[in-house]
Write a protein that binds this ligand. Structure first.
Ligand SMILES: [Zn+2]
Length: 266
């Protein structure tokens, strides 16, 4: 199978989803791979053998439990990886900690459409710790409502991990930011471990929803009441736990629901 054929093959359609259980790659000079809707990678009988791809520098993948697979497998499969984009329709398994590194990874983008209530966002710090060259880290949370434990108590209740001082991360962004305790812990950990950060954006609104301020519409896209209340809790969490940890050299950009179109109040 040539590399072109393989690229076609891996990015192929949903028809392949129900048929393919086993893919073995022997095209070792691939530089980009995109695959989507592969069956759950850890299901019995499912096998994705990408081989050793020394020249691969870009992967875009869309599958369930993508963060667990990527953190576990990709450092050894693709040691030259520079950009990694993951979309997970259902994330259940936490990203594991591992000694392996993404030594060249500069851009990391994670889209999570739905996560288990037990999923620990703080486990994503494993990517951050493993990627000393990382410059941009973007996390997009797309589910309508968080079902995680809310943050409460004082800052001393936040979990701590041994910090790996990071010298290259410049931009960190979370859209769909909520009040989940593990999400606040992840944010605080990155803030406290990064010397190079220039800006951090925490967007408490729904991703992609148009706004009255920047669209031709006179009114913002409607937000369900539950999301408005979640945004309000997220704003309180930012104020209480995160703002105090933002160094003076870092620009904090907090996006909240439009006050003109959405009533904020419990
Ligand atoms: Zn508005």
């Amino acid at each position: 199978m040539t590399e072109d054929e393989l690229g076609c093959f891996l990015s192929s359609s949903l028809v392949l989803e129900s048929m393919l259980q086993d893919i073995e790659n022997k095209a070792q000079n691939l530089r980009t791979i995109y695959f989507e809707e592969f069956p759950a990678l850890y299901s019995p009988g499912v096998s994705l053998r990408l081989g050793e791809l020394l020249h691969l520098n870009n992967i875009e993948m869309r599958c369930n439990d993508a963060t667990c697979y990527a953190r576990s497998e990709l450092p050894s499969i693709a040691p030259s990886l520079e950009t990694l984009t993951m979309s997970s329709l259902c994330e259940v398994t936490n990203a594991p900690t591992a000694p392996s590194k993404f030594l060249h990874l500069k851009y990391l983008c994670i889209h999570l459409y739905r996560v288990s209530p037990a999923y620990d966002y703080f486990s994503l710090a494993s990517f951050f710790d493993a990627s000393p060259s990382l410059e941009i880290f973007s996390l997009n949370l797309l589910q309508e409502l968080m079902e995680h434990d809310w943050i409460s108590g004082g800052s001393s209740d936040l979990r701590q991990m041994q910090r790996h001082c990071h010298h290259n991360l410049q931009r960190f962004k979370i859209t769909g930011f909520g009040s989940a305790k593990s999400l606040v812990e992840l944010t605080c950990y990155i803030l406290e471990s990064t010397l190079s950060l220039k800006c951090i954006m925490l967007d408490t609104t729904l991703q992609g929803a148009f706004r009255c301020s920047d669209s031709k519409s006179k009114k913002c896209f409607s937000m369900p009441k539950g999301n408005i209340m979640e945004a309000q809790k997220a704003l309180l969490a930012i104020k209480k736990y995160i703002e105090t940890k933002v160094p003076a050299t870092v620009k904090l950009n907090v996006v909240e629901p439009c006050r003109r179109c959405h009533t904020i109040g419990v």
